[in-house]
Design a protein around this ligand. Structure first.
Ligand SMILES: CC(C)(COP(=O)(O)OP(=O)(O)OC[C@H]1O[C@@H](n2cnc3c(N)ncnc32)[C@H](O)[C@@H]1OP(=O)(O)O)[C@@H](O)C(=O)NCCC(=O)NCCS
Length: 199
């Protein structure tokens, strides 16, 4: 997906940079006010984010304490480039982290998405999509060249991520190593995430 199409999809959802409110819903002439807000994490939200990540990942095949620890380690290392929360009625119901990545040891303004989590009772309601699209828009606004992710293509392809086999990550099959380009050439070589991911 090119930069313009990311921007168009963001605009469709009335998302601006990393601070956006979900559009209100109009049904049968009645406007339902949507209280969902996507914004950067606040300094006092680390514990709420930690608890959310543990709950979201608990039913999955992934190790949930580890995902929460990665975010804590990124924050501690000053490597959390972007940390967005979805807040509904002052409750943190979703979170996504973005941090710097390298390919073949070189950082070329590419960033990695993850971990991402939405609390189990609010999944499949579009919150993950809003977090990803707001994050991509914010990265693009910071002149990033693109974003990479390791994850389920059934999910990330819906956010515009693709795989062309030119980027490798450990022994992960190529279809799970995905990226979205904002500008410049697609990435190639060996992808590496921040040190916190190795903790
Ligand atoms: C993955 C996760 C962040 C998605 O958030 P979400 O709010 O449920 O996702 P959305 O409702 O915005 O869905 C976005 C798209 O992804 C699809 N999708 C969401 N979860 C999916 C799943 N488990 N499998 C396949 N597709 C999925 C949706 O169908 C939707 O596509 P559509 O708009 O074409 O219908 C959330 O399910 C989660 O926290 N899971 C547990 C933690 C996790 O697995 N994180 C990702 C590790 S790779």
């Amino acid at each position: 997906m090119r930069a313009c199409s990311v921007r168009r999809r963001i605009e469709e959802r009335q998302v601006t940079d990393s601070n956006c409110r979900a559009p209100d819903l109009c049904l049968f002439g009645i406007t339902l006010r949507c209280s969902m807000l996507i914004r950067s994490e606040q300094p006092d939200e680390a514990d709420a984010i930690d608890a959310l990540i543990r709950r979201a990942f608990a039913p999955t095949q992934f190790s949930h304490p580890r995902e929460a620890e990665i975010v804590r380690a990124l924050r501690r290392d000053g490597a959390l480039t972007l940390s967005l929360v979805a807040v509904d009625e002052r409750v943190v119901v979703g979170h996504v982290a973005f941090s710097l990545v390298t390919s073949d040891g070189v950082h070329d303004e590419w960033f990695g998405l993850g971990p991402i989590s939405v609390c189990p009772e609010r999944q499949r309601q579009g919150i993950g999509r809003m977090l990803v699209l707001a994050g991509l828009a914010a990265l693009e606004a910071r002149a990033a060249n693109g974003c990479a992710v390791i994850g389920n293509p059934a999910i990330y392809s819906r956010f515009g991520f693709t795989s062309d086999g030119r980027l490798q990550y450990a022994d992960i099959p190529e279809r799970f190593v995905q990226h979205v380009v904002f500008r410049g050439p697609p990435p190639s070589g060996t992808l590496e995430f921040a040190r916190a991911f190795a903790a």
